[in-house]
Design a protein around this ligand. Structure first.
Ligand code: HEC
Length: 140
């Protein structure tokens, strides 16, 4: 291969790019985002709940079948307000359930309890328009 000015500049450009890229990789990753609203996730599969994230009792949630199961599963990490501020159709509650398991390592309670709890959430916290508390000035 002939070594001309073009190959030489190409080599210099490539070397510079590699050096810049290596420098970029040197930087430490950004620190994980902390959420001040919730306690650190409880270790998965803890046999006994020693401490809860809230002083609330199940009656912090509206009456309904599955209320106690929902309360004890969901308040291991956060209070009920973070749940009751939401209003969603059943599919979205179902997705939130997966999100809690995958992202926040909520212990999976099994299919039967899952159905009970998602049913409860869907009937207790449906989309806002169905809850009779709509603000006529907010077009949502
Ligand atoms: C293992 C810990 C853990 C458990 C158990 C848990 N969550 Fe969460 N949840 C979190 C964390 C952490 C956040 C905060 C996420 C954030 O701010 O990004 C959160 C946030 C939420 C939110 C708010 C989402 C938003 O957009 O602000 C909802 C709703 C929610 N959880 C519902 C539930 C329900 C329902 C259950 C029970 C079925 C549950 N969580 C159980 C850890 C948990």
């Amino acid at each position: 291969m002939r070594f001309n000015i073009a190959t030489l500049s190409a080599a210099i450009i490539a070397a510079t790019a590699v050096a810049l890229y290596a420098k970029k990789l040197d930087r430490p990753p950004p620190p994980p985002r902390e959420s001040p609203r919730v306690a650190a996730p409880a270790p998965a599969a803890a046999p006994v709940q020693v401490a809860r994230a809230t002083d609330e009792t199940p009656d912090a949630l509206p009456e309904g079948k599955g209320r106690d199961e929902t309360f004890y599963l969901c308040t291991a990490c956060h209070g009920t307000a973070i749940i009751s501020q939401q209003g969603m159709p059943r599919e979205r509650w179902d997705e939130s359930f997966d999100w809690m398991i995958e992202k926040h390592r909520m212990p999976d309670p099994g299919a039967a309890d899952r159905a009970l709890i998602v049913d409860y959430l869907a009937q207790a916290f449906p989309p806002r328009q169905q809850r009779g508390r709509t603000n006529p000035f907010l077009n949502r």
